[in-house]
Design a protein around this ligand. Structure first.
Ligand SMILES: N[C@@H](CCC(=O)N[C@@H](CS)C(=O)NCC(=O)O)C(=O)O
Length: 259
């Protein structure tokens, strides 16, 4: 477990402080950790606990979810792109934003489809909320948490109804990109080198199927919630995408996942 520093103490510190969801596996948190890990940027971890830390984090940063990056007395950064640009500035090498303009466009387009509003993670969350609100659901997500997440992230019946289509189309786009890259003898989702989008996919693939318990010790209920069990949605998952996740973790990230 990271040595989480209490919020009040972190507030008084300078340098980089990173607010992280205090569970192994939440994709937005793991994505931010991956970026700072690859760049070898040290940070002070601060725990976000849904519903528990909201007020204190809101007062400090103006945000209450995770991740949030705070550097010296600069504005708090809560969006994945803002966090990435901060990391690029603090440690330009290894660059995670491609230099080639076409590759940059691809990188940000794909990253938004993975991490952004109405992207893969966002729509997977809608399905978790739907399960939690359904009296006949799996019971893995409590009604309280489903209500809370639903309110925060624009859940509605229409959003839930279209979520599977969005999830499947994003998975197909990622698969097509990966296969096209492989066809050119390239081992990354964009360009010739590791970029942020490989890290984002590695982190968000937990919402297809988390890494096994020895590599990611998440509670069973969370593992259940994260795993795609619906057969038609599962059919949209190209096994090559999970292989890519496994390789990115093996070659570039820290295992087992620590939280
Ligand atoms: N602001 C982030 C999104 C972060 C996000 O959605 N975090 C969620 C992950 S489920 C969270 O912290 N949820 C718990 C909560 O809202 O308390 C971004 O745009 O990159």
């Amino acid at each position: 477990m990271p040595d989480y520093v209490p919020i009040e103490e972190a507030k008084r510190m300078s340098g980089l402080r990173l607010v992280l969801t205090a569970l192994p596996g939440p994709p937005w948190t793991e994505a931010a950790k991956a970026v700072f890990h690859v760049k070898r940027i040290p940070y002070v971890p601060v725990a976000q606990r849904p519903l528990v830390t909201n007020q204190a984090l809101e007062e400090w940063t103006g945000h209450s979810n995770a991740p949030i990056a705070l550097y010296d007395d600069e504005r708090a950064r809560a969006g994945w792109a803002d966090i990435l640009f901060l990391a690029e500035r603090l440690a330009p090498e290894p660059a995670l934003i491609p230099v080639d303009p076409q590759d940059r466009v691809r990188c940000f387009g794909l990253a938004h489809e993975i991490c952004g509003e109405d992207g893969f993670g966002w729509n997977r969350r809608h399905l978790m909320v739907r399960d939690g609100l359904d009296p006949a659901g799996s019971g893995a997500v409590s009604r309280e948490v489903a209500d809370y997440l639903g309110r925060r992230y624009g859940y509605g019946e229409a959003a839930a109804a279209r979520a599977p289509r969005r999830i499947a189309e994003i998975l197909r786009v990622l698969s097509a990109e990966l296969r096209a890259q492989r066809g050119h003898g390239r081992r990354f989702l964009v360009g010739e080198a590791l970029s942020a989008v490989d890290l984002y996919w590695a982190a968000f693939a937990s919402l297809v199927e988390p890494l096994p318990p020895d590599l990611c010790a998440m509670p069973d209920w969370l593992r259940h919630v994260y795993t795609i069990t619906d057969a038609s949605l599962r059919a949209a998952v190209d096994p090559a995408l999970l292989e890519h996740r496994d390789r990115i973790y093996r070659d570039h990230l820290e295992l087992p996942i620590d939280a």
